[in-house]
Design a protein around this ligand. Structure first.
Ligand SMILES: [Zn+2]
Ligand SMILES: [Zn+2]
Length: 309
C-alpha cells in the first residue's frame, strides 16, 4: 500500500475514504481535517479560550496536540477519579497528562474528586443507587459537573472532549434502538451554551478510533492503553463490537450512519419537545442548572456520601 500523495510506503489505509497515507502526510491530514470540522460545525473561533478534557487516553491527548499544532488557545483539564484498580489507572493517566503538558509548555488544571468532595469515584459509586453494579453512571455525572464548573469558573468559552466516531456511533446506536428522541435531539458535534451551561464540542467526532490511535502513535504521544477497569462489560463496548463487525463488512458504514443522522437532525427529524427540554433552574447549592426540584443530582450524590462518611 502506497501513500496517495507521495508514493512512499503508507502508514495507514482508510478504506472509508479510499485513502492511504504515509506518516508525514497523515500527520498533516489529521489536523487539516480537524480544522475543517471545527469550521463546518462552527465549534469555536481563533480568539476563544478552549478547555480540553484530558483522560490520558489517545483521543483526548491527540485532540489537545492537534489544537496546539493548529495554534488554538487550549488548556487541559484532568479529573482525578481515584481509580486504583489494575495498574493504578488514575495515577498513571495523570502522570501521562502532566508529562504531555510539560513537554509542550501547556497549562493543565487538575481536579481531584476525593480531595474536593471527600470520596473517590469507586466509593461514591458504592454509596449511590445509580452506581449499583457499575460506577460508570456516577463517574459520568461527576465528570460532567466538574467539567462545566471549571470551564465556567475560569471563564473558558468552550469545553472540548475527545469523543471519536466510534464513541458517537455507539451512543447513537443505543439511542436509536430505544428511539430516545430526547437524547437524539441533543447529540451532535456541538452542544450550544445555555444559562449555566458552557458550550461543548467534539472536534474528533468524524475520526475513527483507529485513526486517532495511529495519530497518537505516529506523533509519539505516550498514552494509557487500558480502558477504565470499570468499563469492562459495559453496553457501549458491546455496541462497539457489533458496529465493528458491520464496518468490517461494509467499510464506511459507521461514518454514513453518523453523517446521515446529522442530516436528519439538521432537517428537524428530532424536533425538541417539552419532554426533551425540561425546565431548568439553578441548584441551590452549586448553582448549576438542574431539572430536579431542589438539589441537582450531583449535589444529592455528595450529600448522600457525606451522610455515609
Ligand atoms: Zn506521503
Ligand atoms: Zn448542585
Amino acid at each position: 500500500m502506497k501513500c496517495k500523495k507521495c508514493g512512499a510506503k503508507a502508514s495507514i489505509n482508510m478504506r472509508q475514504h479510499k485513502l492511504a497515507l504515509c506518516k508525514e502526510h497523515y500527520l498533516a491530514w489529521a489536523p487539516e481535517q480537524t480544522e475543517r470540522f471545527i469550521k463546518k460545525y462552527r465549534m469555536f473561533q481563533r480568539d476563544e479560550r478552549i478547555l480540553v478534557a484530558v483522560s490520558g487516553g489517545k483521543d483526548s491527548l491527540s485532540l489537545w496536540d492537534i489544537l496546539y499544532c493548529l495554534g488554538y488557545q487550549a488548556d487541559g483539564l484532568y479529573i482525578g477519579l481515584g481509580i486504583d484498580e489494575g495498574i493504578g489507572y488514575s495515577a498513571e493517566s495523570q502522570r501521562l497528562c502532566q508529562k504531555f503538558a510539560e513537554a509542550r509548555g501547556l497549562h493543565l488544571h487538575i481536579v481531584d474528586v476525593a480531595q474536593e468532595y471527600g470520596q473517590p469515584i469507586p466509593a461514591l459509586a458504592q454509596i449511590s443507587h445509580r452506581g449499583r453494579g457499575r460506577p460508570c453512571a456516577v463517574c459520568g455525572l461527576t465528570k460532567r459537573h466538574i467539567m462545566n464548573r471549571v470551564a465556567r469558573d475560569l471563564g473558558y468559552d468552550v469545553l472540548a472532549t475527545g469523543h471519536n466516531l466510534d464513541d458517537e456511533v455507539a451512543v447513537l446506536f443505543g439511542n436509536t434502538l430505544h428511539w430516545a428522541t430526547s437524547y437524539l435531539v441533543r447529540q451532535g458535534p456541538v452542544l450550544h451554551e445555555g444559562p449555566g451551561f458552557v458550550r461543548k464540542v467534539k472536534p474528533l467526532c468524524r475520526f475513527y478510533e483507529r485513526e486517532m490511535a495511529a495519530y497518537a502513535i505516529l506523533r509519539g504521544i505516550e498514552y494509557i492503553y487500558d480502558e477504565c477497569p470499570f468499563a469492562e462489560g459495559a453496553t457501549s463496548i458491546y455496541y462497539k463490537e457489533l458496529l465493528n463487525k458491520l464496518e468490517n463488512d461494509k467499510p464506511g458504514a459507521k461514518l454514513t450512519f453518523y453523517l446521515r443522522f446529522l442530516d436528519a437532525r439538521e432537517a428537524g427529524f428530532f424536533a425538541p419537545t417539552a419532554d426533551s427540554m425540561p425546565e431548568l433552574h439553578p441548584c441551590p447549592n452549586c448553582g448549576q442548572p438542574t431539572s430536579n426540584e431542589g438539589l441537582c443530582s450531583f449535589c444529592r450524590l455528595i450529600e448522600k456520601a457525606q451522610l455515609h462518611a
